[in-house]
Ligand binder design. Structure first.
Ligand code: HPA
Ligand code: ZN
Length: 344
């Protein structure tokens, strides 16, 4: 029996309605095969799949690059403001169903501008859906623009220039794509400029890359959060540092399984992270590609690692505490979690 619950079913019900924030979600990775087909038809884009089943069958990856190849191909169906709206609205509906109260969404502008889609078109569609979710669901959001690390720093600088007219809608910058061989140091200057513009800073580090990349993200990019961070566990001094600094890690269990960062979900280090005092959170990363939205991620680790009620409450609390909401917003959600846990 899981600690704090009378059955595994009771734990599942507790997770399902637990108020939570999602802090690591690539909006382009929420493109479900059904919508991919619809948009391919709408925009007369050829895709190399005959059916939705064909698409799902192609989602077998042995590492990050395997996934990225198909992820960049998939986003090629996105062209108009309406496409970005539909994509984002579909994700937000799913998140709302998972009791997500606040989202911090990544987008990859270079994946679109490099295909001739205007930066403003991407922003307009995404933000219209975010605004609607605030009205319809009371869901709040932040938007984080990621630089593709396999491209040059000069290209990231150009993307930051393109973002300047839209900084009223962009809250932070991140770093994603192929990690190994593209360390945070490669982007030190552009992140410095982003900081001077008042943007929040995050970076994927320690997903496939070594602990040294996590150190660099902290020291050179001066991140407010680390995305993934799994390989930090190989470096005891780094674990101690992350714990002492209260650094949030946005962990993505089903992503880790699908990209072979872990061999088996029962070997996932989430519980080890919590026990080491790290501020881990649970997130879905690219839910369409990795087989589940945020609640499915909570459920997978809860079952595999037999998480207690205290563990699950800690994870949800970490998600708001590590968010870019202001102090009042964070406090409101933390109180709601405590009330929910006390009543359950
Ligand atoms: N890692 C790096 N880049 C990405 C990911 C990820 O998990 N998802 C989308 N882009
Ligand atoms: Zn990611």
């Amino acid at each position: 029996m899981p600690d704090g619950f009378t059955s595994a079913e009771e734990r599942a019900a507790f997770i399902a309605a637990l108020p939570k924030a999602e802090l690591h979600l690539h909006i382009e990775g929420s493109l479900e095969p059904e919508l991919m087909f619809e948009l391919a038809q709408r925009n007369k884009v050829a895709i190399p799949f005959a059916s939705v089943e064909d698409v799902r069958a192609a989602y077998a990856f042995s590492n990050l690059q395997d996934f990225l190849d198909i992820y960049y191909q998939g986003m090629g169906v996105l062209h108009s403001e309406r496409d970005f709206y539909d994509l984002t609205a579909a994700y937000l509906t799913r998140a709302h169903a998972d009791a997500v109260r606040h989202v911090e969404i990544f987008f990859d502008p270079q994946g679109h501008t490099d295909r001739g889609v205007a930066f403003g078109t991407v922003i307009a569609g995404i933000t219209r859906a975010l605004d609607d979710a605030r009205t319809s669901y009371g869901m709040t959001s932040k938007l984080i623009m990621c630089f593709l690390r396999h491209l040059s720093e000069a290209e990231a600088e150009k993307t930051l220039d393109e973002a300047l007219p839209f900084l009223d809608r962009i809250d932070g910058v991140g770093l994603d794509s192929s990690e190994v061989g593209h360390p945070p140091a490669k982007f030190e200057r552009v992140f410095g400029r982003a900081r001077s513009l008042g943007l929040k800073i995050v970076a994927h580090a320690g997903e496939e890359g070594p602990p040294a990349y996590v150190h660099e993200a902290l020291d050179l990019l001066k991140v407010h959060r680390i995305d993934h961070g799994n390989r930090s566990l190989e470096d005891p001094a780094l674990i101690a540092r992350l714990a002492a600094e209260g650094m949030t890690l946005t962990v993505c269990p089903l992503s880790n399984l699908k990209l072979c960062v872990v061999n088996d979900i029962t070997a996932h280090p989430l519980k080890t992270m919590l026990d080491a005092g790290l501020k881990a959170t649970i997130n879905s990363d690219d839910p369409s590609y990795f087989g589940g939205y945020v609640n499915a991620n909570y459920q997978a680790v809860a079952d595999a690692l037999d998480l207690s009620k205290d563990d699950i409450v800690t994870l949800a609390r970490n998600s708001f505490a590590g968010s870019f909401l202001n102090e009042t917003g964070r406090a409101k959600h933390l109180a709601a979690i405590d009330a929910y846990a006390a009543a359950a």
